[in-house]
Design a protein around this ligand. Sequence first.
Ligand code: HEM
Length: 397
Amino acid sequence: MEPTVSYPQTRTCPYRPPHGYSELTAKGPLHRVELIDGKLGWVVTRHAEARALLADPRLSSDRTDPDFPLISARGAAVRRQPPAFIGMDDPEHGYYRRMTIPDFTVKRINELRPRIEEIADGAAEQLRAAGAPADLVANYALPIPSLVICELLGVPYSDHAFFEDASRRLMRSATEEEVAAARKELVQYLDSLVDSFSRDSSQTGLIGRLARGELARGELSRDHLVGTAMLLLTAGHETTANVIALGSVTLLEHPDQLARFRTDPDVVPGVVEELLRFTSVADSAGIRVATADIDIAGERIRAGEGVMIPNGPANFDPEVFPEPDEFDIRRGARKHNAFGYGIHQCLGQNLARLELQIALPLLFERFPTLALARPATELEPGRADTIQGLGELTVTW
Ligand code: HEM
């Protein structure tokens, strides 16, 4: 079959997936795409097939595989990231993921609640002190997850300006060279932390624990530790920050539902799930390469072909989410794929949920007259091939 669609597609509205997806989902579950290097691949646009494929061990996440699909020029640099389990298959993936799990269990994350509340409180003060109009991203959405992941990993928050900027360049730069430069800076930075934490038992965060434990015992190489730290640091702040920012825009654009959100604490978890579905910020995640032929939905995916399983179209599949274009806080959206599915399902989802369940209500409680400084229609959607979000969001109150 000849390619019928272009992928990835750019958003027209920053807080929801590209409109072109719904047409694709209506046409069928799998579509042929031509990638930037001319190779043919597949994009999967229905929820059932997306989940079946994300759980299929014949699809690999190994980014060092020469057939691993490229969805942008910067993708080539991503192939040369230090090793991290998001880009591995089991059993190797499970071996490294398990080392980090103690810090991300529901119990451990729930213990962080008082501290996250304190951090969100501090961010609200920061936003107020900035004075209206102020940037919600720099003064609220970013500091909360950034400070939380710093404390969890043991990364000094005083370095936040550096690593937030480097992470942003890593994820958003247009060229392979810019991505490689950002990667180098982050690797050097994290490598020096590993070095000093190896000798400092007061560093009780995840990096120090692994440095004096698994690394010292020879169960983890230094490269792997740096790769793991980089994955957790970058995945741990940008994503959640983007849901706080885009989620705030979505709620402001739906005043009736915002009114309910403000007054009824019981709806908060459901609102967060619907925002995760609706904003689908990690839409472009879920990239795989087939290691064997796979027959699905009347098509044959050949070994060596790239398979893109974006979560945006699955999260807007009308079979699972009736009237998917409606933002509806009562729908019970927990079946969304915003955190992925299968063995790579987001390690930080308990943490992200808790941060969102604290940060969003607090924002609207402290700033009852919060409003966008410019109409939402003027907000610029970001690059199609990376995490979706806003570089800045000016608000008033
Ligand atoms: C709302 C915020 C977040 C969203 C939407 C999100 C989304 C995702 C998605 C879609 C994947 C699957 C990637 C794939 O299948 O290839 C993933 C994996 C991952 N996420 Fe998140 N994430 C969020 C927050 C976080 C946080 C706070 C952390 C904390 C460290 C984190 C750490 C990770 C890690 C380590 C993986 C790789 C898991 C594995 O390969 O086993 N994420 N995330």
